[in-house]
Design a binder for this molecule. Sequence first.
Ligand SMILES: [Zn+2]
Length: 343
Amino acid sequence: MKELLKKLVEADSISGYEDNIRNIIHKEIKPHVNDVKIDKVGNLIARKGNGSPKIMLAAHMDTIGLIVKYISKEGFISFEKIGGWDERILPTLKVKIHGEKGSVFGVIGSKPPHIQEKDEGKKPFKMKELFIDVGASNEDDVKKAGIGIGDFITVHGTLENLIGSKVTGQGFDNRIGCLSLIEIAKSLKKFKGTVYLVGTVKEEIGLIGVRGSAFSINPDAMLAIDTGIAGDVPGINETEVPIKMSDGPALDIKDAMSVIHPQVKKWVKETAEKNKIKLQFDVMSGGATDASVASIIREGIPSGALTVPVRYIHTPVEVADIKTIEDCVKLGVKLVESAGKYF
Ligand SMILES: [Zn+2]
């Protein structure tokens, strides 16, 4: 499982450029399902089984990133954000720009402390002050490397082991969901009905891909498999985020856009209890998942989101517990097996 997570973490992906993650899911999932298709906007839709109920499990394949906005005469690159970034963490990131001649490494430069003016270091950088240095001497060098306006920029990172079953890496949101989809497909043997395992596009910029895929599949129930916020770190109040990284997957009860469908809640809660899988309940004021919009597709699809709690989400140093991912996969399999009793 860790090997596959490493492969996914190292595959570049951003909203609108999910090809690498999609290719990995396609290759891994194909031998374990009836068929796989890619729809017009790039969602991957794998089908396993036949008849009812029809259950859709969806994991978004994109990650937050950046995009080339302007190239200066001196060869420095200005950029725009794609998705929800904390701008304070952008300086000193290592990035990859995906131009027409392949990817080019770059760094987001910042002024060394030695030459900062008094109190300058205490203030966060403004986006417009930041730039990417690809080692070019001028604008021509950048263009010769195949970089142009509108090229996608991803964060460079890999997977590292921490103590015990903990790991750190970039893009856990939502490569962990993609990994879970693959592992659920591999583990599912006998069940009643059809499961659609869907890799969605452009979730981070407005929950885009799920709209068409949920519409075309028209499932009886939909579950997003995603990552959520683990609050068990200094600086976050337990009353604000009681969800812990290693206490099992979490079921989103409420987010900024939606409230879980009662039958989906019953299905997930009872299945976790019956199979003795730890489950947390997440009540959030902000954030949303693919499930948040699935409930307004067609006449409304009963939906909910199952998440793996991740520390430092939307940073290149996300931390997660492999054991929680294993529990999420186990629960996902049991949910498909028990779906016929609920839908
Ligand atoms: Zn996500």
